[in-house]
Design a protein around this ligand. Structure first.
Ligand code: FAQ
Length: 327
């Protein structure tokens, strides 16, 4: 079924626009920036996409801390490329959010004022090199599970940004797996370091999928609008099913004594997630929330001269172009 959006410059009248919007959602089509959309749809997208962008930007810190300490030149260049990819993901996502009528400056301000959310996972410390492996395997693994369905999100700019992001996340996940595999094939001390990192990152990675379905205020509407395609619990379960065979290849133990396959449900039974910890982190009381935001604020302040210089340069170029056109 093909539904074409109006081609005039003027925004469609609300009634026409609403009918078109409903038809597009019903047909599993794409909403584009100039199409009419309900305010609540716009707000939901700005909320989710900006949080996602902030997560990528704050998410550079836990790994960025290891760039100077990577154990070889090869590991250092791979890690550097990964952290740069994360910056790129943040930029694609800020651009997608900007098509909804918010500026990047506004989003950045919300983040550095501590008014915006970013993923809980990036408030945990990275004390050892094995944390780079655990982040790649578990955090990027969870990100892929959560984000592949977002490639089909109903909002065009978001879905298209996610396609590119997911390709890069797959590489990130494999590099994390390979770091852990190398450590697990090493000395007892290295194996212990890998297991310890998996123990610390496993539960927080499960929390990345968000609260349980019964306690997720946004899921039902986001799924009705084809933004989210699966619920938080469904994706969490899918992630665990993916991890179990990979953990066996690595030789690591997932730190959940209650984890076992249930023949009747065809799914993994799991132990209870510590939701108190999750809510504490969301409230800003996680291990490193304060430090992550302080670092982000400092980077923003230190980058002020670059923004000013870029603005002056752009203004001069624009004047030069106008003069050339007038000559
Ligand atoms: N952390 O009603 P729901 C990455 C909030 S990128 C913090 O279920 P929703 C790449 C939620 O915002 C990781 N807050 O909400 C990487 C809402 O609060 P609000 C980021 C969370 O939106 C790898 C409230 O709880 N990925 O890892 C979290 O339907 C390695 C109620 O929750 C994305 O953002 C949480 N974990 O579902 C980078 C993916 N969970 O806004 C560097 C896109 C929930 O009402 C290194 N986002 N909240 O005040 C999504 O898929 C969704 O937004 C969910 C939450 C699934 C995160």
């Amino acid at each position: 079924m093909t539904i074409t959006a109006p081609t005039t410059d003027a925004a469609p009248a609300q009634d026409d626009g609403e009918a078109m919007f409903d038809a597009l959602i019903e047909a599993d089509g794409r909403i584009e920036p100039r199409d009419w959309m309900p305010d609540a749809y716009r707000r939901t997208l700005i909320r989710q996409i900006s949080q996602h962008a902030h997560s990528e930007i704050i998410g550079m810190q836990p790994e960025g801390a290891w760039i100077t300490r990577a154990p070889s030149l090869k590991r250092k260049s791979i890690l550097l490329a990964k952290v740069q990819d994360e910056a790129g993901h943040g930029l694609y996502l800020y651009s997608a959010a900007q098509t909804l009528g918010i500026t990047r400056d506004e989003m950045t301000q919300q983040l550095i004022d501590g008014k915006a959310r970013y993923s809980s996972i990036f408030n945990y410390p990275t004390p050892t090199w094995a944390d780079m492996g655990a982040i790649g395997w578990l955090v990027d693994g969870a990100a892929i599970c959560n984000q592949v369905p977002l490639c089909r999100a109903s909002y065009g700019p978001y879905g298209r940004a996610m396609v590119r992001i997911c390709k890069e996340e797959s590489f990130h996940q494999r590099q994390g797996f390979e770091i852990l595999l190398t450590l697990m094939r090493g000395t007892d001390e290295q194996r212990q370091m890998a297991q310890d990192a998996v123990d610390r990152w496993y539960w927080p990675s499960l929390m990345m999928f968000g609260p349980p379905d019964d306690d997720s205020p946004n899921s039902a509407q986001s799924m009705a609008w084809n933004i989210k395609r699966f619920s938080n619990d469904v994706l969490r379960q899918r992630f665990v099913s993916m991890l179990v065979p990979q953990a066996a290849v690595l030789g690591v133990t997932l730190p959940d004594p209650e984890l076992r396959f249930n023949d009747e449900t065809g799914q993994y039974d799991m132990g209870e997630i510590d939701w108190t910890e999750f809510h504490e982190v969301l409230a800003g009381r996680g291990p490193l929330n304060r430090q992550r935001l302080q670092n982000r604020r400092a980077a923003h302040d230190e980058g002020a001269w670059v923004r000013e210089a870029a603005a002056v340069y752009a203004a001069k170029k624009s004047v030069a172009r106008t003069e050339t056109a007038a000559a």
